[in-house]
Design a binder for this molecule. Structure first.
Ligand SMILES: Nc1ncnc2c1ncn2[C@@H]1O[C@H](COP(=O)(O)OP(=O)(O)OP(=O)(O)O)[C@@H](O)[C@H]1O
Length: 467
């Protein structure tokens, strides 16, 4: 299988020593999965290669026949300021290093340095270039507001402006190799967004989803990393982990907020090093998959409370998508209602029922703690019970009513009257409640009455008495 080029731009290695060129390109590949590498042994050819385009980073030797590294560095800075250059020199000389940095070098690395320093320098430059690319892509999108690949979002029904802005962001960051964090309440569509990210990422492998909630640390490691035969009692067969199954695709870790501290450490190490060990093996394996994680928990609060590691939190936050709850995008409710009615009717082999016109309005007054999943469940339930042409509202009202009853009453410190100097009389409080209900129901009395838990005639009588 042909692997995806990484990074998306080429890295040009320039050195007159063929042995170093070969060994360093192998190191980049094995240590960091960098396979988009060009090599050049003749300093006179460098500018021609750069003029052809596609190179983002140059790793440049200083001492070469024909044209010196310093001269090339100057020429690159003048003709291709968008290209980053790292000087890789045989000499550890501070004054030369300072001169090169002044000429615009991103870093100065000595060939005899540890491999980590060399690979780490290249990775930092790649990261910086990727951020520039993403920033440019995002600014372009924000200006045009046009999606390049609307088909990737075909399963996500919405007319909400915040959701469309989020799609633009998703398009901009999907090709990145950095982890991506998706947050939002339960049932809000996090997995759908993860699938769109995967579709847009250009990753050639599958999307492999793992729910990590409730996995203890050993099971977590076994699930992700796999094990070799005999790794522990009962491990009769070697088993590849989910990272291997994802290959060059995407590994989607759901419910990341529930991960134990020990597993958080393992995940952080995996993200930092891009390497892991199967249980029972001391041979490192490379991870090629892109990591996308999701949680319905408030990770910032968990981090502040010390139950989520700060270093992992910041690592995961490089790209972050926060999906708004359904109650903040009520304009989506009629669209989703229609979409799920169609889906439910089809899957239950029924004719699509017509919803009563007040249904969407009633639903818009509800808080949907289970978000889109809850709405979907309500619709499927109603369609399965449905007999007449017009859909009955009964099952929706029951579900909403049940949920309202199940919702805990506000705690005493949230009592809205607490801040009042004088508490209102019963008549005044009732008046305020009626006004609020009418406003939330957009003036529809039947809905307002349901919100207040009284009958429509009772509300009507009360309103008439006011006049
Ligand atoms: N905008 C949408 N359009 C169509 N279907 C949606 C939309 N958002 C969510 N859904 C549907 O709602 C259900 C829940 O979505 P999903 O599993 O993506 O939510 P989630 O945020 O990942 O939930 P959890 O936090 O429980 O893992 C799925 O059946 C999904 O297809």
């Amino acid at each position: 299988m042909k692997s995806t080029p990484y990074p998306s731009f080429s890295i040009l290695l320039v050195d007159d020593e063929p042995a170093w060129l070969k060994s360093f390109s192998l190191t980049l590949k094995s240590r960091a999965g960098i396979n988009n590498v060009l090599i050049c042994q003749d300093s006179r050819e460098v500018m021609g290669i750069l003029d052809r385009g596609g190179v983002g980073l140059v790793l440049l030797d200083l001492t070469m026949p024909h044209i010196s590294g310093e001269t090339l560095l100057q020429q690159i800075a003048e003709s291709h300021p968008e290209i980053m250059t790292i000087i890789v020199s045989g000499m550890n000389q501070l004054d030369t290093a300072v001169r090169c940095m002044k000429l615009g070098a991103f870093d100065y690395i000595v060939k005899t340095d540890e491999e980590d320093r060399l690979v780490g320098g290249a990775m930092r430059a790649i990261r910086m270039l990727e951020l520039h690319q993403e920033f440019r892509a995002m600014s372009d999108r924000m200006i045009s507001r046009e999606l390049k690949h609307p088909e990737a979002f075909a399963d996500i029904v919405t007319s909400d402006r915040a959701m469309h802005d989020l799609f633009n962001y998703v398009e901009a960051v999907s090709p990145s190799h950095q982890p991506l964090l998706i947050t939002g309440e339960s049932g809000v569509g996090k997995e759908l967004i993860a699938r769109a990210v995967h579709a847009l990422s250009g990753c050639q492998g599958p999307l492999v989803a793992v729910n990590v909630a409730g996995l203890d640390d050993t099971v977590f490691a076994d699930t992700l990393f796999g094990h070799v035969r005999g790794a522990y009692t009962g491990a009769d067969q070697a088993r590849p982990g989910m990272i291997e199954q994802a290959g060059n695709g995407t590994l989607f870790l759901d419910e990341i907020g529930d991960l134990s501290i020990a597993s958080q450490v393992k995940l952080l190490r995996l993200l930092q090093e891009g390497e892991y060990f199967q249980l029972g093996s001391d041979r490192p394996k490379r991870m090629n998959a892109r990591i996308v994680v999701a949680t319905h928990r408030d990770l910032a609060a968990k981090e502040a409370a010390g139950t989520f590691r700060r270093d992992l939190y910041y690592r995961l936050c490089t790209h972050r998508i926060q999906i708004p709850p359904l109650r903040e995008r009520t304009a989506d409710i009629p669209l989703l209602l229609d979409y799920f009615l169609e889906q439910a009717a089809q899957s239950l082999g029924k004719k699509k029922p017509t919803p009563p016109k007040e249904l969407a309005q009633i639903l818009a007054t509800y808080s949907f703690p289970g978000n889109v999943r809850e709405l979907r469940g309500m619709v499927y339930n109603a369609v399965s019970l449905h007999k007449e042409r017009i859909l009955s509202m009964d099952s929706f009202l029951k579900a909403i009513g049940r949920s309202r009853v199940e919702q805990p009453l506000p705690a005493l410190h949230e009592n809205p009257f607490q801040s009042f100097e004088r508490i209102p009389t019963f008549a005044e409080a009732a008046e305020l409640l009626v006004e609020e209900a009418i406003s939330r129901a957009n003036g529809v009395q039947a809905i307002a009455a349901r919100l207040l838990g009284i009958s429509a005639p009772a509300l009507n009588k009360r309103l008439k008495q006011r006049k």
